[in-house]
Structure formats: C-alpha cells, structure tokens
Design a protein around this ligand. Structure first.
Ligand code: HEC
Length: 112
C-alpha cells in the first residue's frame, strides 16, 4: 500500500515537470515572436511586407514565410544581403546584430 502512494507522488511530480516544461517552452516562443516583431517594426520591414494582415505590398507577404521551405540561414542572408539572392533586389541591406538577425529569421521561419 505504501509503495502505491509513493508511485502516485512520483507520478504527479513527473506530470508537474512536464507541465512546467511545456509552459516555459510556450512562453519562450511567445517572447521570441514579440522580440522579433519589435525588431521588424524598428527596421521598417512592414513598409514593404505584410505580416498577419499589416503592412505594405512592395515585397512579398511574409505571413506564411515558413511554409516556403527556406532555411534560417537563407532568411538571414536575405535580410543581411538581399542582393545575394536577387542581384536586382530593391530590398535594402539591414545591418542587424547577429542575435537580432537570428531572432527575426527564426520568427519568419515559424510563420506557416
Ligand atoms: C523597400 C522595400 C523593402 C523593405 C523595407 C524590406 N524588404 Fe524584404 N523584400 C523586398 C522585396 C522587393 C523582396 C522580393 C525579393 C527581392 O527582390 O529581394 C523582399 C524579400 C524578402 C524576403 C524573402 C521573401 C521570399 O520568400 O521570397 C524576406 C524574408 C524579407 N524580404 C524580409 C524582410 C525583413 C525582415 C525586412 C526588415 C528587416 C525587410 N524584408 C525589409 C522589399 C523590402
């Protein structure tokens, strides 16, 4: 009978850990999106691109950018040096810090 109780305690501890892990992961994802949108707004990306219904139409909409199969690296190159993908690109170069570049590229890749 006693070992049965211990098993319940161990099992509920296991469930709590799973729950906390899930909550922490969800929060990390939301804050990455919020950080990315801050950088996107600060750099005027939405003057040419639409994300979730907001923005311009000079460049392609980015709301489903992650469904196009581009890697994070491809997205980072596109933001840093659009001319590498399209020599006649009118998209400006953006000199973001490596961490900012990664945040934005990861966010765009998550949009599916
Ligand atoms: C002056 C307009 C303009 C601005 C500002 C701009 N872009 Fe672009 N972007 C474009 C155009 C036009 C394209 C189409 C491909 C090309 O010509 O490079 C493009 C392409 C892209 C693509 C590839 C889309 C695809 O799937 O083909 C991504 C990703 C992107 N831009 C991200 C950004 C981000 C992030 C910012 C802000 C840091 C930004 N762009 C700012 C004009 C712009």
């Amino acid at each position: 009978m006693k070992s049965y109780r211990i098993m319940i305690v161990v099992f509920s501890m296991f469930l709590s850990i799973l729950f906390l892990y899930g909550a922490a992961k969800a929060q990390a994802q939301t804050s990455n999106a919020a950080r990315a949108m801050k950088i996107i707004n600060a750099n005027g990306c939405l003057s040419c691109h639409t994300i979730n219904g907001v923005g311009g139409t000079i460049g392609p909409a980015l709301s489903t950018e992650g469904a196009k199969g581009h890697s994070i690296h491809w997205l980072e190159v596109q933001i840093k040096n659009p001319g590498d993908h399209n020599p006649s690109s009118i998209m400006p170069h953006f000199h973001l810090k490596p961490a900012q570049l990664e945040t934005v590229a990861e966010y765009l890749e998550s949009l599916k």
